[in-house]
Design a protein around this ligand. Sequence first.
Ligand code: BG6
Length: 514
Amino acid sequence: MNAAVADQITAENPLVEGLERLPVHPTTLVIFGATGDLAHRKLLPALYNLAHEGALPERFELVGIARRDLSQEEFRSMARASIERFSRRRPDADVLEVLLGDMRYLSGSFDDDGVYTDVEQTLREFDEKAGRPLDHIFYLSTAPQFFPVIASKLGAAGLNEAGDAETRLVIEKPFGYDLVSARQLNAEVLSVFDESQCFRIDHYLGKETVQNLMALRFANALFEPVWNRNYVDHVEITAAEDIGIEGRAGYYEGAGALRDLVQNHMLQLLSLLTMEPPSSFEANRLRDEKLKVLEAIVPPAVEDVASMAVRAQYGPGVVGGVRVPGYREEEGVAPDSRTETYAALRLHVSNWRWAGVPFYLRTGKRLERKLTEIVVTLKPVPHLALQSSGSVGPQSNQIVLTVQPDEGVSVSIGAKIPGARMRIRPVNMEFRYGTSFVSESPEAYERLILDAMRGDATLFTRNDEIEALWGIIDPMLTAWSDDTTSPIPQYPAGSAGPEEANALLLDCRRWRRL
Ligand code: BG6
């Protein structure tokens, strides 16, 4: 990023804040899978926004690698189109030109040694041009079967280290397919790279509202005293989506909701919500605490899965006024597919703080609306003297963290309805990002790319953590794949999910409305 352009942008918009102030070492970022969907929708637009904010290092080079045979110009115009379509802000022509000018495209197949010779030459050329060794970040945004191939080819070409500069490997999800394959992938990657060089992405950790969960817990004296089994009755974590599989049948058929969202994003939310306070926000201190709490979630025995987990598939229905097909009618999906598009589970964290508190998780595609939230419901007060006819009725306090949309936190409290009688009704105290902060939140990928360039692994998943995450859902994967006969519950697209999911809730509770 040209410093003059960055200065001009900051001068024009004094509210630009945050990311650009952090020092980043000069870097070459190499994206494997640079013509893929993730690069198109997320990575290139994120890089543009970092450039726009002056957050990229002054010396920044970008290399895209993919199989498609494209000229430099064709790749740049593809990148331009992606940025123009998906950037969260309208691109500024000058900033865009500088960023596109820094891009280089290499075509070839990921298992071809020639590609790595080209990468090595290109990196050397950039170092020479800069007159100093640049840090190297290899970003694996390919189909997962290429992760070990690329890691080992990088090692064989001597690209796993760069003398005085840093080399890092960023690995997209899915990291593994189950516990055994995740262990195997860890072993393969770690035979070439050191753990300190590995940055396993979970984009939920890059979301501002997810990090705010830690601010809420650890920067306020108000919540932590009640954050335990003495006060918390139960917790619900919802990650509902209104979209379907968006043409990704090839991936989704082999994944399903448990692998796609629960193993990573939802269990990450659960670990941040339940971990002990870390002594510092240094990467390993934080990840030690997450690991401890994940290890306290005792995976169910395979034969107990039916009583604590429900799977389902969406059928045809109406979402946002549009008629949509059922999952089994989607292109590329087998008409007798048993892949779940909805999963709900009840988990317990077996430690001193959380013993006896049920944690309910649910996620699904083609539900009524997009909503990601964590709801902590406190126990009712022990004795209520304030009973009066006409009360809507005191309800347990709820602390609701909305990750998306309407990002913020609300706390429901019982308040007196004005008038002569002592009538109580729940009301909300609200904090909304949109109204409290003037600057727009960065996209998760902006934050994560920047952190990887700065070598800060706090918001990335460590090898032992990834294995603990898989360990929790492995029995469910086994139980569901072993059961090839019982019918998979169906829910109409656009609904709140299957009725069967209500059976998971103890004490006649109901899921919150979406
Ligand atoms: C991805 C899943 O990891 O997360 C997708 O593969 C899902 O299936 C997406 O749609 C949801 O992310 P977000 O940020 O839109 O909640």
